[in-house]
Ligand binder design. Structure first.
Ligand code: FAD
Length: 569
């Protein structure tokens, strides 16, 4: 690799959002994708259950519409989502799903040949389109084929270390090229961030190991406002012990949740929707059963699929069956699955408008790292894949329109950043006698987040978390690498140590944002403020970087058709 590369648009992230944007830009400008792993290893590949679109193919879904989808999404968000953005996403849902179908996505089918749909949580109709339980896998591979077919340049094994600014606008990225161990600059007139979520700042997470949230933290450090980061989704059903996701599709197909007494306990929490209530409600219900002693020994309840029968499990949930057999030694055809909630998704992210523009000139964002905001305080299952595709496409249109007025960047600041980072990495790699292993700090961060900034929160726990995170930031000054390797090539330990500071930044925003928000809304549940308080908190939280830590302000929620009401399920 050369030291400085240049493109019109650089897309940071080769998951669904990044690749969908790249496909839209190919042929219109010189576009490249940079990714820390090969694009088809992006976390999107793990998405199981499906993508929402009101196609009306299911016999019980004939009356479904973009409006009903939008209403379910807004209600599910506990009225924090921006309604014009939700309406846009839901109107675009059917066209983008058919576009994916025509590009080659092998969706599961009903006997009449139409795309199959299954019920998902908080949807008033069965509207989740799927490819068995490997939906993300097939969409990601299809988009990768479409991107390479159109000649999109892809830099894989390149980890972003910095978003570089020049005269108040982003002029490119400084990346670590793993195979050579060199820092390289990539200049661009526009940068699209599509770097996904940060699940791995939690101990229990369904996310891939690469999901450390670096992109969001780098944008924060570059001056971008970060929105609603205190809203962290905990998925109700992860496999006990490993926290591998057991898709909501398993409950969509008819799976039951049962406690130690064999009771379908959701009847006490959401009598109408039962297991298909929104995720925040089901996750809290499971955790309450465990906390109050109605779970099993070490903290789990059971997901029972046995009544669905072997054929349905093998056809509709083959991946789940495989996961259970490989990682828990049980076959869900014959035994119920031990599950517990785990961190799963980030509703918050880099603040962008519904055209994917951030307030920082030259910087755009789409997918899980962005906050448009279509999920508000709680995302509905199946809406994230939809968001990546719709807003990946929107980002491509916005970028093609904006490109004309974005001047070619000055490479000077990029060259300076490359030199600075080379020195920073060199210092980090230097052995030190008083060093604290990065894994020690990382593990206590993850533990702190799961214990004190989890499903149930309160002032004491959050204050303690803030105190511990600030102490970890202090300890980070002495961070040391494992082993003594002086090589830079594929030095994952070096990168892990580098990104620990970014993880701490995000943890600080989440914990302080959760402490500031004195109410309960969607996934953010304060036991000391158990009610939603629209009079004070019907607003987005915005965090901006200062040398002393995040500074918070509020931003109005865009409400059009659906005035806030109490949620019942
Ligand atoms: C197990 C699981 C199952 C899910 N199932 C569903 C589902 O069925 N339906 C649904 O709607 N949603 C689902 N979700 C959520 C959904 O999969 C994700 O929100 C979505 O795929 C995110 O896509 P993305 O393109 O924004 O990011 P990702 O797919 O995470 O891609 C991020 C990209 O950024 C790159 N990157 C990140 N950081 C850096 C860096 N510092 N330097 C360089 N590159 C970087 C990565 O290499 C990657 O290419 C699921 C989530 C999980 C965890």
């Amino acid at each position: 690799m050369h030291d400085i590369l240049g493109h019109d648009v650089i897309i940071a992230g080769g998951g669904l959002a990044g690749l969908r944007a790249a496909v839209g830009l190919a042929g219109k400008c010189d576009v490249a994708v940079v990714s820390r792993v090969h694009p088809v290893r992006s976390h999107s590949v793990a998405a199981q259950g499906g993508i929402n679109a009101p196609l009306g193919n299911h016999p019980e879904g004939k009356d479904d519409s973009a409006e009903r989808h939008a209403f379910d999404t807004v209600k599910g968000s506990d009225y924090l989502a921006d309604q014009p953005a939700v309406e846009l996403m839901c109107q675009e849902a059917a066209p983008v799903v058919y576009e994916l179908e025509h590009w080659g996505v092998p969706f599961s089918r009903f006997p009449n040949g139409t795309i199959a749909q299954r019920p998902f949580g908080a949807g008033s109709f069965p509207r989740t389109c799927f490819a068995a339980d490997r939906t993300g896998h097939v969409i990601l591979h299809t988009l990768f084929e479409q991107a390479t077919r159109r000649g999109v340049r892809i830099y894989e094994d390149c980890q972003i270390l910095r978003l570089v600014s020049s005269e108040g606008r982003i002029c490119g990225l400084a990346v670590f090229h793993l195979p050579s161990g060199k820092v390289v600059g990539i200049s661009a007139r526009a940068t699209l961030l599509a770097t996904g979520g940060y699940g791995r700042i939690y101990e229990r997470s369904t996310n891939a190991l690469i999901n450390t949230g670096g992109g969001i933290a780098l944008a924060y450090r570059a001056g971008a406002p970060i929105e609603d980061l205190e809203f962290v989704q905990f998925h109700p059903t992860s496999l006990y012990g490993t926290n591998i996701l057991i898709t909501e599709g398993a409950r969509g197909e008819g799976g039951y949740l049962i406690n130690r007494m064999g009771e379908r306990f959701m009847a006490h929490y959401a009598p109408d929707s039962m297991e298909l209530a929104p995720r925040d409600i089901v996750a809290r219900a499971i955790q309450t059963e465990i906390n109050e002693g109605r779970g099993f020994a070490d903290g789990y309840v059971l997901l029972d699929l046995r009544h669905l029968g072997a054929d349905r499990i093998k056809n509709r949930l083959p991946g789940i069956r495989e996961i259970c057999m490989d990682f828990a030694g049980l076959d869900p055809v014959e035994a119920a699955i031990p599950i517990q909630p785990a961190q799963h998704y980030s509703m918050g992210g880099l603040q962008v408008d519904q055209d994917c523009r951030s307030p920082v000139p030259g910087l755009y964002a789409a997918g899980e790292c962005a906050c448009v905001s279509v999920h508000g305080a709680n995302r509905l299952g199946g809406n994230s894949l939809l968001e990546t595709i719709v807003f990946g496409k929107v980002a491509a249109s916005t970028l093609s329109a904006d490109l004309e007025r974005l001047p070619p960047p000055d490479e000077g600041p990029l060259r300076e950043a490359v030199l600075e980072l080379e020195k920073e990495l060199e210092a980090l790699q230097r052995p030190r006698s008083d060093g604290i292993p990065y894994a020690t700090i990382r593990d206590s961060l993850r533990e702190t987040m799961t214990e004190k900034v989890g499903i149930f929160r309160n002032r004491d726990g959050l204050e303690e978390a803030v105190y511990l995170i600030e102490a970890m930031k202090d300890r980070l000054k002495k961070v040391a690498l494992p082993g003594t390797s002086s090589s830079r090539r594929f030095n994952q330990g070096l990168l892990n140590a580098y990104e620990l500071g970014l993880m701490l930044d995000l943890a600080e925003i989440i914990a302080k944002g959760a402490l500031r928000r004195e109410e309960s809304r969607g996934s953010h549940f304060r036991t000391d403020y158990p009610k939603r308080d629209d009079s004070r908190w019907l607003a987005h939280s915005i965090a901006t970087w200062t040398p002393e830590g995040p500074s918070f302000s509020s931003w109005p929620v865009a409400i059009t058709k659906y005035p806030p009401k109490e949620r019942t399920y």
